[in-house]
Design a protein. Structure first.
Length: 279
């Protein structure tokens, strides 16, 4: 396959039959990013030597607010702990992810203000900022930026992974399980390993760029102007891979209803118990 045909295939996979951008500045890194797919089926191989250190080095190279480094990573490979993590992805209303127990490694990305709080207290400071919502948000964003860098690095060395936001269903149990200090919580997990070639995943289509890209000012558009084209791409994807028939709109309705939270509605209480006052 030529570079041109491979890149055209990447755009077609990402956008389906919707309009695709014609002026992408291509290189190997951009191709890796556009080829991203969530991987939920792994081989039995452990992570290669140096893989975890590579992921962390890439994660530490992400931007971090005010150079405070308010995130941490707990890497889990113990079978018993992974089985417990798989259990914690389950909710009261929705099934969880049993594949978590089979993944070679599960990375728990932590928004971690505990170091900053401890250093401030030791130095005679008053870490009152940790009581405010902005600090909670800042450490959560730091963890997300680090995690995305880490996943891109993992994919660049032949690994794959998937985010596990469902671990917030049981945020308190998870924090206790891995012994988190105060002022720290798991933003999400990430199962990673070598993708199983016999159970391949696929590139999920995204809405056309003109849905999310605004120039100079936000431009409100009626849903009917764009959603039909994305629903077609969404349906084509699900049909091709034998997934049950449903619309993207249905997913949105489900994902914005209280039932979807499935335990995450208790997150604020857990955060407050862990020291976050969220003023």
């Amino acid at each position: 396959m030529t570079d041109s045909s491979r890149r055209r295939a990447l755009l077609e996979a990402r956008y389906g039959q919707q309009a695709t951008p014609e002026n992408i500045i291509w290189n190997e890194q951009i191709e890796t990013l556009l080829a991203h797919r969530s991987v939920r089926a792994f081989t039995d191989e452990p992570l290669p030597d140096g893989a975890l250190e590579t992921v962390v080095a890439a994660a530490q190279s992400a931007s971090t607010s005010s150079n405070l480094h308010q995130w941490s990573l707990v890497a889990v490979s113990d079978p018993g702990t992974k089985a417990e993590l798989a259990r914690l992805t389950h909710g009261a209303k929705f099934a969880g992810f049993d594949f978590v127990a089979q993944a070679p490694s599960v990375l728990l990305w932590v928004a971690d203000m505990s170091r900053s709080h401890e250093i401030s207290v030791e130095q005679g400071g008053d870490p009152v900022v940790t009581d405010y919502v902005d600090s909670f948000l800042m450490s959560s964003v730091d963890a997300a930026l680090a995690a995305q860098n880490g996943l891109v690095a993992a994919e660049a060395i032949g690994l794959g992974g998937v985010y596990l936001g469902s671990l917030r269903n049981h945020a308190k149990e998870l924090a206790d399980l891995i012994g988190l200090p105060a002022y720290a919580y798991v933003v999400f997990g990430m199962a990673i390993g070598t993708p199983d070639p016999h159970r391949p995943s696929a590139v999920h289509p995204r809405p056309a760029q003109d849905v999310v890209l605004h120039r100079e000012r936000y431009r409100t558009r009626p849903t009917k102007e764009w959603i039909e084209d994305y629903e077609i791409a969404f349906k084509d994807f699900r049909t091709e891979y034998g997934l049950r028939d449903k619309t993207w709109s249905h997913s949105v309705v489900m994902g914005t209803g209280l039932e979807y939270m499935d335990g995450r509605e208790n997150l604020r209480r857990t955060l407050e118990e862990r020291g976050y006052l969220l003023r």
